[in-house]
Design a protein around this ligand. Structure first.
Ligand code: HEM
Length: 212
């Protein structure tokens, strides 16, 4: 049980944030918008807190876009249907093993405009607060329904905090001598094929960083 909780709460946020950072470093305008939001909402004299999350909609849209495009695994956990049912015209008999394909949903061109492009703006809806859940299953982050993730508040908070603090604390660029971050996917799962390697420099006043 404990191992499951640790995998759920470490692997999922770190995979989403690593992908979001990789995509954003390649698109400095997205990075600039997210940092501008953090500076406006939080400033540079204190670190992002959970109480800031309702106002960090652009940052959350970036995390949400990472969940859409880069799920941690190609399929959702298997389910077995406990009654005959029909979904979108397809008859699914009781006892069927049901596997939802995460990339099939999140990258579906019938649902998403330019599905292979990292566009956080697609998740912004006026003044509505952005959430990392997707109850209509247009992609799978925490899934939904009775067997959906029980750790939504913690998982959302860990993902948003990790991304927001990395963006707040450092200027991020492609390492010297390289032109872009390599966005290839691993073949046995959907992690970045090569772990993110980027250049970070401090962007907050010196007293904001812990001293040894
Ligand atoms: C960003 C972080 C997380 C993501 C993206 C995530 C995603 C998911 C997904 C997709 C499922 C499968 C739902 C289904 O079968 O339809 C799931 C199940 C589950 N998650 Fe999470 N999770 C996260 C964090 C957490 C955390 C922090 C906890 C606990 C502290 C947790 C506990 C669980 C448990 C116990 C289940 C099984 C629920 C059931 O079968 O009834 N998850 N999660």
């Amino acid at each position: 049980m404990l191992q499951d909780l640790i995998y759920a709460s470490v692997d999922n946020p770190s995979n989403a944030v690593e992908w979001a950072m990789a995509e954003m470093i390649n698109e400095p305008e997205l990075l600039r918008k997210a940092v501008e939001e953090i500076d406006r909402v939080v400033g540079k004299d204190r670190l992002v807190q959970e109480s800031d999350f309702p106002k960090l909609n652009y940052v959350k849209a970036c995390a949400r876009e990472a969940f859409r495009m880069h799920p941690i695994a190609p399929f959702n956990l298997p389910h077995v249907s406990n009654a005959d049912t029909t979904v979108a015209g397809y008859f699914i008999p009781k006892g069927s093993h049901v596997l939802l394909m995460r990339t099939g949903l999140g990258r579906n061109p019938n649902v998403w405009d330019e599905p292979l492009k990292f566009k956080p703006e697609r998740h912004l809806n006026g003044s509505t607060e952005v959430e990392l859940t997707e109850s209509e299953l247009r992609f799978i982050s925490f899934s939904t329904g009775r067997r959906g993730c029980v750790g939504v508040p913690l998982g959302s908070a860990m993902t948003t905090m990790l991304l927001a603090r990395l963006l707040q604390g450092f200027n991020w660029t492609v390492p010297h001598g390289e032109s872009r971050i390599d966005l290839s996917e691993a073949t046995h799962d959907l992690f970045l094929a090569k772990a993110l390697h980027a250049h970070a420099s401090p962007r907050l006043p010196a007293h904001m960083y812990p001293k040894n």
